[in-house]
Design a protein around this ligand. Structure first.
Ligand SMILES: Nc1nc2c(c(=O)[nH]1)N[C@H]1C(S)=C(S)[C@@H](COP(=O)(O)OP(=O)(O)OC[C@H]3O[C@@H](n4cnc5c(=O)[nH]c(N)nc54)[C@H](O)[C@@H]3O)O[C@H]1N2
Ligand SMILES: Nc1nc2c(c(=O)[nH]1)N[C@H]1C(S)=C(S)[C@@H](COP(=O)(O)OP(=O)(O)OC[C@H]3O[C@@H](n4cnc5c(=O)[nH]c(N)nc54)[C@H](O)[C@@H]3O)O[C@H]1N2
Ligand code: SF4
Ligand SMILES: [Mo]
Length: 740
């Protein structure tokens, strides 16, 4: 063991690199890979942004081989020279003083986190998790990870944990975000496949945004909408008059969580009015007759009563869809975060199928992803499916992947992992005793936060791997592993239109922080399964493994030769089989142009189910419905990164504020900017009143970026995707009582 440890200490030093001012980026290489030889140390290179799923290309300006500045890339096919404030400021958070620069271990006597070296940290990591496994079995340790590390790291983490370390249960923040889209697509199309390319924003003559606020959450995608030359009808379905709703041609301020009823009602009008494409339905789908019979009960009168939209406006909306030649349907968290979200997403898909708005330019049932690599985590993280979109329950799949990875098929679990909420339940029940949290700040972002944080106390060992030692989750850890961030390591990210883009190492991580990739490599060695991952030597080597594994799958990427090709092409969309005719592959591609879906019969399914009431409706004691979501384009989630930029901090309110309709404010004697209290059945928090017509009477909105917000939320989950319903719980609002 000693010999291995000595060797590994050497490896750590090697990966850290000397702590001098040497070049990070040398001519002829980037990070550990290759760049065009023309690059000089004071030149500019390009890479994709590491915040949202838009996946903008950024120019990185170098001095002496290190990044000193960023600007938007005018040639990248995604953003065409534009970037949002987070992108422009992406380097700043890397230099924050609270970066974790050494591993930190909790001193059991003082209770403080104290620096230790990597060797001690890794020995302890393995010792503690092995001890838990020995005493409680392979289901007693879990990890929670992310949609915000590169695909190669996600794949490594999932393979290491399940095949190498022999555990079963893991999930990621993608559950909070994209699980609904993944399940909905899989059931309807036969594979988790968002069909569009960004060009569709520009090609539509009608665009519907359902529970989606791109002006704030995907501002560069909104710029693509503004480039549309067809004078499009832009329809927003959102209880709030968001920035996007205000820019739309029609806004439907539906009652929260009434989307399913609305979408079934629209289907009913479209069918009754023959505004459907019978030829498309007959040729490419199954289940339409049953669906048509089912939606007949959703008459405009019934739907109007349940959604708050007048019968006239329902007709107008249906007609706009029916008259449209190229209609695209876009949805985001207003749909995905709900108690019946999978069926709601499928109700959107059904509208696109029945009107034949699929596979043609400017059409599609299009879920917009959230995090920079949520799509990577859906297909390549080894969490909900085996690497490359395979199924853990399928013997043939397990055997195939094992062959491709050259491992024993018995190393691949033959059952699915517990989902995030079930992992939390298992911790509470004492079944899961060890937890490893990688690149997510669960203590802030998980629903019904106080219970989550209480539950963490039941763990025997909590490891947090993050850029910062100060996150709400890291502060609760027994062991903190310091990670390098975006720009300090390399790999690929997959954006909302399935485009695989490249991230490069353009600056050095501080102190002893290591790329997640190298942390996983070290853990494999210390755990004793290093041999299994011998081929996983660098991110690009893993990329080659993922090409091999996913070959023949809908998400295949065999035709992407190497990182250099990604760099030259401005990213490449999947699928990209070796046989792809264009070289380099066409800049923008959409799926299902031939009407063939991924089910065995090549037909898409109409899936539906009776709507169910919101599990926590407003009542006499808690008369408001609380909506939550993104506040400004300068804030990112739990603010661990965006909160570190002076520039971004100037662009949003420092303290938590709540949007209140003027009618409610007046009734409750709440003046603009006055302090208020918001209480749910779980907690009470304070906020500043933002009196605005953007929310309807009886509703409140809190941005998710402030740590107290999830103390209020109610833990309801969609039964199919297990995605939390963050956007609707019952609360009470009062003016803050004057201090005595
Ligand atoms: N600036 C910024 N951009 C981001 C992020 C960020 O943190 N900051 N996060 C990224 C991530 S991970 C994600 S997932 C995306 C999220 O992107 P979006 O989903 O667009 O953002 P949200 O604000 O969460 O939710 C969208 C809208 O859903 C509405 N809504 C609430 N309840 C309902 C309902 O019952 N029905 C309907 N139809 N609408 C409802 C809300 O009012 C809100 O305006 O943004 C990504 N982009
Ligand atoms: N009320 C409410 N709650 C919500 C939502 C909502 O709409 N309303 N939205 C949900 C959604 S859609 C999402 S996606 C989640 C997001 O929730 P989180 O994932 O918890 O939010 P982030 O702040 O993005 O946390 C990412 C963490 O990873 C760290 N990190 C960044 N890069 C790296 C890296 O390369 N390596 C490592 N090791 N660490 C890294 C960051 O410092 C940060 O601590 O929040 C969910 N929570
Ligand atoms: S829109 Fe998204 S990908 Fe583009 S610069 Fe902003 S955060 Fe980065
Ligand atoms: Mo998300």
């Amino acid at each position: 063991m000693k010999k291995i440890v000595g060797k590994i200490a050497g490896l750590v030093r090697q990966w850290e690199g000397p702590q001098t001012d040497d070049l990070v980026l040398r001519p002829g290489e980037f990070g550990l890979g290759k760049i065009p030889a023309r690059l000089t140390p004071d030149d500019t290179t390009t890479m994709v942004c590491g915040y949202c799923s838009t996946g903008c290309g950024l120019n990185v300006h170098l001095k002496d081989g290190r990044a000193i500045n960023l600007s938007a890339d005018t040639h990248y096919p995604v953003n065409l020279g534009m970037a949002c404030p987070k992108g422009w400021e992406a380097l700043t958070p890397l230099a924050a003083p609270d970066r974790a620069t050494t591993p930190l271990l909790r001193n059991e006597t003082t209770g403080e986190l104290e620096p230790v070296d990597w060797d001690r940290a890794l020995l302890l990591f393995c010792e503690r998790f092995k001890e838990i496994k020995r005493n409680h079995g392979p289901e007693s340790v879990a990890f929670l990870s992310t949609g915000q590390i590169v695909t190669e790291e996600m794949a490594f983490l999932g393979a290491l944990f399940k095949f190498g370390m022999g555990f079963v249960h893991c999930d990621s923040n993608t559950r909070q975000c994209m699980a609904t889209s993944a399940v909905a697509y899989k059931q309807s199309f036969g594979f988790d496949a968002p069909p569009y390319s960004y060009n569709d924003f520009e090609e539509s003559d009608v665009l519907l945004f359902i529970g989606s606020n791109p002006c704030i959450a995907h501002p560069i995608l909104w710029q693509r909408v503004l480039r549309n030359r067809h004078n499009p009808e832009i329809i927003v379905i959102d209880p709030r008059a968001t920035e996007t709703a205000m820019a739309a041609t029609q806004h439907f301020a539906i009652l929260p969580k009434s989307d399913l009823v609305l979408l079934y009602g629209l289907a009913n009008i479209l069918i009754a009015s023959h505004w459907i494409r019978r030829d498309y339905i007959d040729a490419h789908t199954t289940g339409f007759e049953d669906f048509a019979n089912f939606v007949a009960q959703f008459t405009p009168e019934v739907v109007s009563g349940l959604t708050g939209i007048s019968v006239d406006r329902l007709w107008r909306l249906a007609q706009t869809i029916g008259d449209g030649k190229r209609v695209s349907f876009w949805w985001t968290m207003g749909v995905n975060q709900g108690h019946e979200s999978t069926r709601t997403a499928q109700a959107v898909i059904n509208l696109a199928l029945m009107t034949g708005n699929m596979g043609r330019p400017g059409t599609g049932a299009n879920s917009i992803t959230g995090q920079c690599n949520a799509m990577g985590s859906r297909l390549f993280a080894n969490v909900t499916g085996i690497l490359g979109g395979y199924d853990f329950l399928n013997t043939v799949h397990r055997k195939h992947v094992a062959e491709q990875l050259r491992i024993d098929p018995a190393a691949i679990p033959n059952r699915n992992s517990r989902s995030y909420d079930q992992i939390v339940d298992d911790i509470e029940a004492g079944k899961i005793k060890g937890l490893w949290v990688v690149a997510t700040n669960a203590s802030h972002s998980w629903i019904n936060q106080s219970r989550f944080n209480e539950t963490l106390k039941k763990l025997d060992f909590l490891v947090v791997q993050d850029l910062y030692s100060t996150t709400e989750t890291a502060r609760r850890a027994d062991l903190v592993l310091p990670a390098a961030g975006w720009g300090e390591k390399e790999g690929t990210l997959i954006n909302s239109e399935r485009r695989i883009g490249l991230v490069k190492r353009v600056t050095r991580a501080p102190g002893q922080a290591l790329a997640d990739f190298n942390i996983f490599k070290l853990i494999a060695q210390y755990w004793g399964c290093g041999e299994m991952f011998r081929e996983w030597s660098s991110p690009e080597a893993v990329f080659q493994i993922l090409k091999r594994v996913s070959s023949g799958q809908p998400c295949e990427i065999d035709g992407i030769k190497d990182y250099r090709m990604l760099d030259d092409c401005g990213g490449v969309q999947w699928p990209c089989p070796v046989s792809i005719d264009a070289a380099p592959p066409a800049t923008e591609r959409r799926l299902f142009e031939d009407g063939r879906f991924y089910h065995a019969d090549q037909r898409a399914r109409f899936l539906f189910e009776a709507p169910r009431p919101n599990p926590e409706p407003a009542d006499v004691d808690f008369p408001f419905i609380l909506l939550t979501g993104r506040g400004t384009s300068s804030q990112w989630h739990t603010q661990t990164r965006t909160g570190k930029s002076d520039v971004l901090r100037k662009l949003y309110p420092e303290n938590v504020y709540v949007e209140i309709n003027p009618i409610d404010a007046e009734r409750l004697g709440i003046a603009p900017n006055a302090p208020v209290e918001i209480a749910s059945r779980r907690a009470q928090i304070e906020a500043t009143a933002f009196v605005t017509n953007s929310v309807q009477p009886g509703q409140l909105f809190l941005p998710m970026h402030y740590p107290s917000v999830n103390e209020l939320t109610f833990p309801a989950f969609d039964p199919y995707s297990r995605q939390p319903s963050y956007k609707a719980c019952a609360v009470r609002l009062t003016a803050k009582s004057a201090r005595l």
